[in-house]
Design a protein around this ligand. Structure first.
Ligand code: C5P
Length: 208
């Protein structure tokens, strides 16, 4: 397999920022796979459909074009929650596999981040990093991020959200959130972004 960096971890662990920074550093294309699930949920909600409508969710996932969606809307808090509902459906996950693997198969390599990149989408990735942080740290980061974006950011509600999403993502039977056996775990609880980026680069250099 070409130079694929698989980054997984729970909500607001810092995996997205690390994935973006690593992609820029190594001049690789980057796919934030969470956006695929967010966009699938968004497509259903915009059409007034239920999130547990499997048939419509699969159809939406199959015909997905990320450029059709406003990224700010996709990244809103309620969409993360909605995404985790559609992401628990095996048929939705199956509908998104080829697109993700196609992205990973680019000749120059790629960086993908999500929940199941190292375990399901790219089990042969050269580098696998599992990014974690304490739920309280993640909630604080997410609150800051939302406040900066001008969104409502109540810490207690966000912490509850983070814990609920962790539980749903970890407990589902289809591709649950877990580190691949050969992933290196990077706990960013006590690291700032520069320290986390340096640690991630160190993991990549060692594995490539
Ligand atoms: O990473 P992000 O918060 O954008 O992901 C939103 C939701 O999409 C997650 O809570 C998870 O349920 C789902 N997801 C997934 N597999 C991925 C990426 C995201 O199940 N590879």
């Amino acid at each position: 397999m070409s130079f694929v960096i698989a980054i997984d971890g729970p909500a607001a662990s810092g995996k997205g920022t690390l994935a973006r920074r690593l992609a820029a550093h190594y001049s690789l294309p980057h796919l934030d796979t969470g956006l695929l699930y967010r966009a699938t949920a968004c497509a259903l909600l915009e059409e007034g459909l239920r999130l547990d409508d499997v048939e419509s969710a699969v159809a939406a996932a199959r015909s997905l074009s990320l450029t059709d969606f406003d990224e700010k809307r996709l990244r809103a808090r309620d969409m993360g929650e909605a995404a985790s509902v559609v992401a628990a459906m095996p048929a939705v996950r199956a509908a998104l596999v080829d697109m993700q693997r196609g992205f990973a198969a680019r000749p120059e390599g790629a960086v993908l981040d999500g929940r199941d990149i190292g375990t399901v989408i790219c089990p042969d990735a050269k580098v696998k990093i599992f990014v974690t942080a304490a739920p309280e740290t993640r909630a604080t980061r997410r609150a800051l991020e939302l406040a900066r974006a001008g969104e409502e950011a109540d810490y207690t509600a966000i912490l509850e959200d983070v814990k609920k999403r962790d539980a749903r993502d970890s407990a589902r039977s289809a591709a649950p959130l877990k580190a691949a056996a050969d992933a290196v775990t990077l706990d960013t609880s006590d690291l700032d972004i520069e320290e986390a980026f340096a640690a991630a680069r160190g993991i990549v250099e060692k594995a490539r």
